[in-house]
Design a protein around this ligand. Sequence first.
Ligand SMILES: [Fe+2]
Length: 350
Amino acid sequence: MNASAHDFPEPIFDVADLSTFELFSPVVDETVWFFTNLLGMIETARSGDSVFLRGYEDPYAHSLKITHREKPGMGYAGWRATSPQALERRVEAIDRCGLGRGWVEGEVGVGPAYEFTTPDGSVQRINWEVEYYRPEKDQRSVVLNRVQRRPLSGVPVRALDHVNLLSRDVTANKRFFAEQLGFKLSEHIVLGDDVEAGAWLRSMTRSHDVALVKDAGGGGRLHHVAFLYGNTQHLIDACDVLTDHGIEFEAGPAAHAISQAQFIYVFEPGGNRIELVGTPGYQVTDPSWEPVRWAQDTIDDAIIWYGSPLPAEFDTYGTPHSGPTAYRTPNRYVAAEAGMILRADSSARG
Ligand SMILES: [Fe+2]
């Protein structure tokens, strides 16, 4: 039996989705080449050291901001509130718990946002005001519920999907997302009696919008950011294209049991780990969903449903790098190749 009605906490639905993500890259041109030429995103704006991109089914003007920094990593994960009132409630809650940094001015495509950190120091923002993509007539889709025509470059991703944040204390960060932002726990890995090694949380019905996995180093590091295909064949087509253009694969194609998502993990030229998702897995519509608990004896099944095991470095590599690592630091071969293509393109243009 479920808990009685009296015991059941009122759920909070104040966060809609992950709407924008800022990625740092030491090689912005090469990183933009990866996302536009190979993954079919389109460039919507440039401002300062940043380039703004969108997938063809992203709901807002852009979903990805790529900014130049010496080291790879994340600038911020941007969440959209479900209403102006929801935004007010979340800002109050975050402020009360002491992790708020204050309001930041609007930027390209996004209105004022409230910035805060997770207990692990990962920078997040939440906001309400957004701009929508207004395509030129020749970029409009005939499908009226799709704002942008499907691009012809590479194998186009549909949209930003989720983020995975390395966390030194998974439980503390899980509680923060649950208590201050209203996220619900879909699944977790618990080692021994109570040491959480990973937690997958949703804001609405997607199996997870944020994942938190145990970090032995750093603090506030990015494990990966994920983009959605939603289709197995598109993921396999992407493997074909990415391989031909020298992109380094870490794992996959394979499927996780957690979330049931089909995946590949690759490194973009700046050194950040990117996940591409084929079929996205399950949705949670049950309001009294009991979080799925994986333990030491089922952890291998949890991580890999089918496909080869993940390399050991999957658990330790994040961006920015923490300490010396010989593991797939920014893929210089890919960066060099991308640079050659960009130079050839610009000299052909003249
Ligand atoms: Fe993921």
